[in-house]
Ligand binder design. Structure first.
Ligand SMILES: Cc1cc2nc3c(=O)[nH]c(=O)nc-3n(C[C@H](O)[C@H](O)[C@H](O)COP(=O)(O)OP(=O)(O)OC[C@H]3O[C@@H](n4cnc5c(N)ncnc54)[C@H](O)[C@@H]3O)c2cc1C
Length: 359
């Protein structure tokens, strides 16, 4: 294991691995530390903006990314909104991000985040300056005038410990970021006190029942009782893969709630389904008060969290990468000064603040 790198990246989700690829291609040595060895299986982060595809183009892996798409190319990323249930006579197929494709160099796309992460991991593995350690957990982060020290331990519990050294550390370690916490960076947070459910399931009968609509990626229901929250079906594949989001009462558990009955009510008809996963997430918007503390930077969900509505989390995180990567490289190569490094916070923080304030 290399003991010293120019940049240590904590967290190997899409933002951390994206940053490793960006820096590795710019000739900057980096060490990436990620707790997970495998992929999570939740089909989140699907709605990829045009800019995200542009990033992949410049990283040299946009075709590999598009090849992972699970829906046929003619299925739009957008969806249908119906009133009260998907069997209602009041519905509208709305234009999604594809409506602005002609303004960009790359078209938008849609695929599960775990497939995108696989493409990034494979790209990172081709870059000699990127050293990635999966199955390791960051335990502490320290900095002084000479650099940063990041203590890591092997997740397997065999007692293996290493202290990595670097010039800078970037926390891409998600909403519960240890890097943000240890750098003393606080967050402004708006909590909506609303528990949301996420079900991942398979059902051919649901796919059959929705044949009344042109094939779409998402099918949403608006109901006056929901005070503006969506009930939301999304396709994973064309045949039977689905996920579903909806607000649920705060005391809901996996055992005390009839999830199938809610799905049937929203669809407007009964259908057989097999659940692969049922989980919950809190509706919250949070932005860090600053994105830099000395030699420590934060990016992605570590810096900002947004509900999945609108597809802002992953896309914004990759824009953080695009903003920070070249600036760190410029500084480490001796021609970018402190003002350039500070401009990362100055440019990226207001973008997310504005998105959060528009909630
Ligand atoms: C249901 C759902 C749907 C979504 N849909 C969209 C969408 O359509 N479009 C969109 O743009 N966004 C979407 N998002 C948001 C998107 O998934 C997140 O914004 C994205 O995962 C953020 O990436 P990240 O790399 O910053 O953080 P994460 O994906 O959270 O990755 C952080 C990584 O850090 C690792 N880690 C944490 N602590 C440590 C530690 N101490 N040591 C080592 N490793 C550590 C974790 O294991 C993790 O892999 C959705 C989110 C959800 C929940």
């Amino acid at each position: 294991m290399r003991k010293r790198s120019q940049v240590i990246i904590v967290g190997g989700g899409p933002v951390g691995v994206g940053l490793a690829v960006d820096l590795g291609l710019r000739g900057i040595s980096c060490t990436l530390v990620e707790r997970r060895v495998g992929m999570h299986k939740i089909p989140k982060g699907q709605n990829l903006a045009q800019r995200t595809l542009e990033r992949f183009y410049f990283w040299g892996c946009v075709e590999e990314l598009r090849a992972q798409r699970m829906l046929p190319p003619e299925v739009p990323v957008s969806g249908v909104t119906a009133y009260k249930s998907l069997m209602s006579e009041y519905w509208h197929a709305f234009a999604g991000r594809e409506a602005v494709n002609e303004f960009y160099f790359q078209k938008n796309d849609r695929l599960p985040q775990y497939l995108l992460e696989n493409v990034l991991r494979r790209k990172a593995a081709t870059l000699p300056l990127v050293e990635a350690h999966f199955g390791w957990v960051v335990q502490s982060v320290e900095q002084d005038a000479a650099g940063v020290r990041v203590a890591i331990a092997h997740e397997a519990g065999d007692g293996a410990h290493v202290v990595l050294e670097g010039d800078y550390v970037v926390g891409c370690d998600g909403g519960h970021s240890i890097v943000r916490e240890q750098a003393g960076i606080k967050r402004e947070s708006a909590d909506f006190d609303q528990v949301m459910m996420l079900a991942v399931f398979r059902s051919r009968q649901l796919s059959e029942g929705l044949r009344r609509f042109p094939m779409q990626s998402t099918y949403r229901v608006l109901h006056p009782d929901l005070n503006g929250y969506w009930q939301f079906f999304g396709r994973i594949d064309p045949e039977e893969g689905w996920f579903f989001h909806a607000p649920v009462p705060s005391d809901t558990t996996r055992d005390n709630f009839d999830f199938a009955a809610l799905l049937h009510k929203v669809a407007g008809f009964k259908f057989a389904c097999e659940f692969d996963h049922v989980g919950f997430w809190d509706l919250r918007v949070a932005v860090a008060e600053r994105y830099r503390a000395g030699r420590v930077f934060i990016a992605g969900d570590a810096a900002h969290s947004h509900p999945p509505y609108g597809g802002f989390g992953l896309n914004n995180g990759l824009e953080d990468v695009a903003n920070l990567g070249w600036k760190l490289a410029a500084h480490l190569n001796g021609w970018g000064g402190e003002d350039l490094l500070n401009s990362y916070d100055e440019e990226r923080r207001p973008v997310f603040k504005e998105i959060g304030d528009d909630r």
